[in-house]
Design a protein around this ligand. Structure first.
Ligand SMILES: [Fe+2]
Length: 275
């Protein structure tokens, strides 16, 4: 698994009417400390070639193993530092980063070092946080939601209410274009209802094995044929993009399921341009 594919999506919105050209965001998820070439040179070259305006990180760039009390992180940290030197980076945690935070004694306090590293290189660390900025004269808010580890248990799906989001993040302003970084896509209906115009996720690694015409086989929670396995989904007029991820761990297997780097072009809805 030394290659990845590059996938492009275009999302139209009427909320950023001043956009004169697409606002391009790269989406990286589930690198799990993999390096494509020395110092992730191949991944960085592909990102540079496509000239993004910013980078969304949807979690699990590292591997944390609680039983072995290990964190595999060097390639991931190095990549983040390199990206932050060239682009605005908006980062949300996955379950592997959350595990470090939740169980500091198992990881020799590595989470604190991780946060220090992110801050020292100017990465927007959105761990149940948000950032609002002007894009094309409109206000865009990027949220990062950290799902509690109790929602990641195998063979279960814990009920999840929209209030879990409002408690963690507040209520989004419907006048803003609201982007939600949420590592686990399984609660997309709730993310949409909460008010995320665009949710970006990963976590499922494309379902490990992709069956042509059907989709991804299995989730990390051992659910078969997950609905939001990979790609683009739309509900309630809101969008979800799920990355197949860039790496793997534990089950180091991908069948008909290449790793992927994603670019998302956010554009003005056509009827708004021609007005
Ligand atoms: Fe994950």
């Amino acid at each position: 698994m030394s290659k990845f594919k590059t996938t492009f999506y275009t999302i139209e919105t009427g909320k950023i009417p001043g956009l004169k050209r697409p606002w391009r965001l790269a989406l990286l998820a589930d690198l799990h400390n993999k390096s494509y070439g020395p110092d992730n040179r191949l991944l960085l070259e592909e990102i540079r070639k496509n000239h993004p305006d910013g980078i969304l990180i949807a979690g699990d760039l590292i591997i944390s193993d609680r039983k072995k009390q290990e964190v595999h992180k060097d390639a991931a940290y190095q990549l983040l530092i390199a990206l932050a030197a060239e682009y605005p980076v908006y980062l949300g945690n996955g379950n592997h980063e959350h595990r470090m935070r939740e169980f500091p004694d198992s990881f020799a306090g590595e989470y604190d070092s991780y946060i220090r590293m992110l801050r020292s290189c100017g990465i927007h660390t959105l761990v149940n946080g948000h950032l609002t900025q002007q894009i094309g004269g409109a206000l865009v808010t990027i949220y990062g939601f950290e799902l509690d580890f109790s929602y990641y248990k195998r063979f279960t799906r814990k009920p999840f209410a929209v209030t879990c989001l409002t408690d963690a993040l507040g209520t989004p302003d419907p006048g803003h274009y609201n982007i939600l970084i949420a590592h686990n896509p399984v609660y997309f209906p709730q993310y949409a209802k909460w008010g995320a115009d665009l949710t970006v996720s990963g976590h499922l690694h494309g379902g490990i094995i992709r069956i042509p015409g059907i989709g991804g086989l299995i989730t990390p929670q051992a659910k078969l044929f997950p609905k939001y396995d990979a790609g683009y989904f739309e509900e309630q007029g809101r969008s979800l993009i799920v990355s197949r991820g860039l790496g793997s761990h534990t089950v180091n297997l991908r069948i008909f399921n290449p790793a992927e780097l994603i670019f998302i072009d956010i554009t003005n809805r056509q009827e708004d341009i021609t007005k």
